[in-house]
Design a protein around this ligand. Structure first.
Ligand code: DQA
Length: 144
């Protein structure tokens, strides 16, 4: 089975209790199960991870690049300012789809910039957990 990594940045472990008006009531465990179930239907072996640590996220992106593993990435707040995460994404050797639960373009000004978008294969935002489902489905159509 093809491996796909679903990587999540800071504060996403708090889903369910974190600003439910913005991010909904589903927990990170719900998100994990949704991604694993969708992946199974699509023939992917999905590994869902979350970290609050920029260095750890960069390490995972390096490993994905080395092993040519496709990535669905929610960089969370790193989206808006981490050139280090951006540069790690630029190393990719397989598709990398940026996802967001909310629609950052419809929120505060600082969220309107994604430093990652230009080096991602594409971006899906604003559909809650369905953003991740759509990203996994998009991967079935992509070679890079
Ligand atoms: C987010 C949007 C970011 O602006 C925010 O910092 C997050 C979550 C989203 O999934 O909607 O942590 O990436």
């Amino acid at each position: 089975m093809t491996a796909v990594w679903v990587l999540n940045g800071p504060n996403l472990s708090r889903l369910g209790s974190r600003e439910p008006d913005v991010y909904g009531h589903a927990t990170f465990e719900d998100l994990t199960l949704t991604c694993q179930n969708e992946g199974r239907m699509l023939g992917f072996e999905v590994d869902v991870r979350q970290t609050d640590d920029e260095a750890e996220l960069i390490g995972w992106l390096h490993q994905a690049a080395t092993d040519s593993i496709a990535v669905v990435l929610n960089p969370a707040a790193f989206t808006h300012y981490s050139y280090a995460v951006r540069d790690a994404c630029a190393l990719r050797t397989a598709p990398l789809i940026e996802v967001h639960l909310s629609n950052p373009a419809a929120r505060e000004e600082f969220r309107h910039t994604s430093v990652v978008a230009a080096v991602a294969s594409g971006t899906i935002a604003g559909f809650g957990m369905t953003s991740y489902v759509l990203a996994l489905r998009a991967l079935t159509e992509m070679s890079n």
